[in-house]
Design a binder for this molecule. Sequence first.
Ligand code: SF4
Ligand code: MG
Length: 283
Amino acid sequence: MTERPLITDAPNTWCPGCGNFALEYAFRDVFQELQKEGISLEKFVLVTGIGCHAKIADYLDVNSFYAIHGRAIPVATGIKIARPDLHVICCVGDGDAYAEGLDHLIFGAKRNIDITVVVHNNRVYGLTTGQYTPTSPLGFKGRSTPAGTLEYPLNPLELMLTSGATYIGRGYTKNLKLLRPLLKDAILHKGFSFLDVLQICATYYDVHSMYDSLVYEVKEQPGESYEEVIKRLREWDYNNKAPIGLGTYYRKEAPTFNDRITVMKVSDREREEIIRRVLEEHL
Ligand code: SF4
Ligand code: MG
C-alpha cells in the first residue's frame, strides 16, 4: 500500500500559532498509523461543523463532509447507520458542539452511536472574531461581552458522562505526545467516544502559559465507581483555577445504536437470541 501524505493543496488560513495545526498533525499521524495496522484510508470519514476547526476538512486528504453549524453529529449518525463499516469522526468546535449543537451531542451520547466526537475547544468563537462560548470562563471579555461574562462555564466532560458517552477524554494541543494516543483510542473505541481538546486560539484566547502551568496527566482508573469518575471530572470546572487533567477519564463497553438497529431487523427468535447474548456480554 502506498502511503498518501494526506495533505491537500488548499491554502491554509489558520492564524500562526493556532492549536488547530497540532490537531491536524495528530490526525494525520493517527490515520497513517491505523493504515499501517490494516484499516484502509477509505474507511475514515470526517464530518465537521462550522468554525475555524472545520477547515481541517479542507486540509486533510480524507473523505469528509462539511455539515452546518452544530449539526455534525446527526450527519455522522446517518453515515454510521448507513455504513456501519466506516469510522465516522466529527471535528466540532466548542460553540458548535456546546451551544448550537448541544442537543445533538447529548442525544449522540444517549444513543451510544459508534462515532468519535473531537471538540476543538478553544473556549471562544474564533471565526467570528472572539465572542464567548459555553466553556469561556466567568468574566471572559470578548466582542459580545466587553465587560466580562456573568455566566459560569459548562463542564462538558461531566455532561457527557451523565448523558451516556462510553469513552471520555481530554487532550491539549500543546501536548501532541498524549494527543495522538488519545485520538487513536477514541477512534477505535466501539461506542460514542468524546474527546475534549483544549485548543489554543492564538488570536482571541491565548492561554497557553496558564494551561502549561496547570495541566497534568491523569491515569486511567478501570473499575472506578460512577461517583468516583464524577468526582475526578469535577476537579476542574473550566473556570481556570484548578489542576487540569489530561488523558482518558472513562471507558465502558455497551451495546451501540447500530447493535440495537440490528436487533430491530431480525425475526422474533433471532432478536431474543441477540438480546440474550448482549445481556450476557455486558451485564
Ligand atoms: Fe485559530 Fe483562533 Fe485564528 Fe481561528 S481565530 S484560526 S482558532 S488562532
Ligand atoms: Mg471555538
